[in-house]
Write a protein that binds this ligand. Structure first.
Ligand SMILES: Cc1cc2nc3c(=O)[nH]c(=O)nc-3n(C[C@H](O)[C@H](O)[C@H](O)COP(=O)(O)OP(=O)(O)OC[C@H]3O[C@@H](n4cnc5c(N)ncnc54)[C@H](O)[C@@H]3O)c2cc1C
Length: 401
């Protein structure tokens, strides 16, 4: 019954990168994915009909030349030459019903003192509001930085640990600073899922994890799978539920991480119907949405696309389309079934003390053939996920598996 060295649950970037490392080491791997396509939060919606060929990002939108582990994988599979430089367009604020430049909202006298405030100011043990609020001053924090940070992590950033928000990493000079691929970041998932030695069974929802001696048994709604090692690469809440029966203490630890929900709505329109100048996106201040992410970073000659990442429960479906129409200054009738796409995104809401939490979880995993990867360890960025997969894969190897 034990057909596989490693079963991986979830074919987002965490699961796919884990599969890449394991297959590279000659292991017999199987990935089980609930959806019909890989990618998870790498979710580029590709339109059909009159918009055929046009895509927009319903989830992650930007990768950077500091994503060293991701880039190394893309290099190994031979697609580094397919990276597309993001066009140089900036972010604006959407505040008090109008699009505004970021500098117009800053209080420069308050900002000028930031280098002095930085002296002795530590990120460790501070949340985003404490650290950045002190650094940039309360007025700048409220007017610009708080909404900008909310937009970056698609959730209220105030209580997020400052050290998990941005991570300084070395940059590769031979790739564009910010990049995507033709077809969007979903293409990364498509490429990795298409590697010959990475079998993925789609439409398989893991329901339960059991043990058969030292081995793992995963029960899905379409049968059972067994393997010598198991990697959970699902959102944290799913991992907590799956571990409850066999690993109750670990499950209890994972259940401590709260989940932030984002209601994302993408719309595409002919470029000539829009008066908004090209933008990377809009940051919502006191708005129903955290951000609007634009396709202008990968410009298309005929169409433009915008994904509004709404705060959960702020508006109903009709209310969202009305708000989108107001912000883009187009009639509500401009949107119909053919040019609107939606997705519910979920992200972990990390809190101060998360480093200790990670240490506890890693201690519980040590010596076991169970691996946990995902966006709930060092941070939510794609590179954090790939780095975690690499660390977990190396741990399993070190421990002689
Ligand atoms: C709106 C948004 C914008 C973002 N923008 C950026 C960005 O620009 N740059 C950046 O670096 N990061 C960005 N991120 C963060 C980043 O995209 C995610 O943290 C990362 O992609 C998560 O990958 P993952 O594989 O850990 O989880 P997921 O992508 O959530 O994948 C988990 C997979 O597990 C599957 N699954 C779940 N339950 C089961 C089950 N029971 N059985 C089988 N399969 C299951 C899911 O279907 C999914 O495919 C963004 C995130 C969001 C939501």
């Amino acid at each position: 019954m034990t057909d596989h060295d490693l079963l991986i649950i979830g074919a987002g970037i965490s699961g796919l990168s884990m599969a890449h490392y394991a297959v590279g080491a000659g292991l017999n791997v199987l990935v089980l994915e609930r959806e019909r396509q890989p990618g998870g939060c790498l979710c580029s919606h590709r339109f059909g009909g009159a918009l055929d060929g046009f895509w927009l990002e319903l989830g992650a939108h930007s990768c950077f030349n500091s994503y060293g582990n991701l880039l190394a994988i893309l290099e190994r599979v031979g697609v580094l030459n397919r990276l597309q430089r993001r066009a140089k367009v900036g972010f604006r604020l959407f505040a008090d019903g109008a699009v505004r430049s970021i500098p117009s909202q800053l209080c420069f006298p308050e900002l000028l003192l930031a280098p002095f405030r930085l002296v002795g100011l530590k990120k460790a043990g501070r949340d985003v509001a404490e650290y950045y609020g002190r650094l940039v001053g309360p007025r700048n924090y409220a007017a610009v930085f708080e909404p900008a940070f909310d937009a970056v992590i698609c959730q209220p950033a105030t209580e997020f640990p400052a050290e998990n928000l941005f991570r300084s990493r070395p940059r590769r000079k031979d790739v564009p600073r910010g990049f995507t691929l033709a077809g969007g970041l979903q293409t990364i998932a498509d490429i990795l899922a298409g590697q010959p030695d990475i079998p993925i069974e789609f439409g398989r929802t893991a329901r339960e994890i059991g043990r058969a001696g030292e081995d793992f048994v995963v029960r899905t709604d379409r049968g059972e799978y067994a393997a010598r090692a198991l990697c959970l690469a699902t959102p944290v809440a799913v991992a907590a539920t799956l571990l409850r029966a066999e690993f109750p203490e670990l499950a209890a630890a994972l259940a401590q991480i709260q989940t932030a929900t984002v209601e994302s709505v993408g719309v595409a329109l002919p470029a000539d119907r829009l008066s908004l100048p090209p933008v990377a996106g809009l940051i919502g201040r006191n708005e129903t949405f955290y951000s609007v992410v634009s396709r202008d970073t990968a410009p298309d000659p005929a169409h433009r696309g915008f994904t509004f990442h709404f705060r959960p429960g702020a508006l109903g479906e009709e209310g969202k389309l009305n708000r989108i129409a107001q912000v883009l200054n187009v009639p509500r009738g401009a949107f119909g079934a053919g040019n609107v796409a939606t997705r519910i995104n979920r992200l972990p809401a990390l809190r101060v003390g998360h480093g200790d939490w990670t240490d506890t979880v890693d201690r519980a995993l040590a010596g076991s053939r169970l691996a946990l990867t995902g966006n709930y360890f060092t941070g939510v960025a794609i590179e954090d996920c790939v780095t975690r997969s690499r660390q977990e894969f190396e741990r399993l190897r070190r421990e002689g598996w």
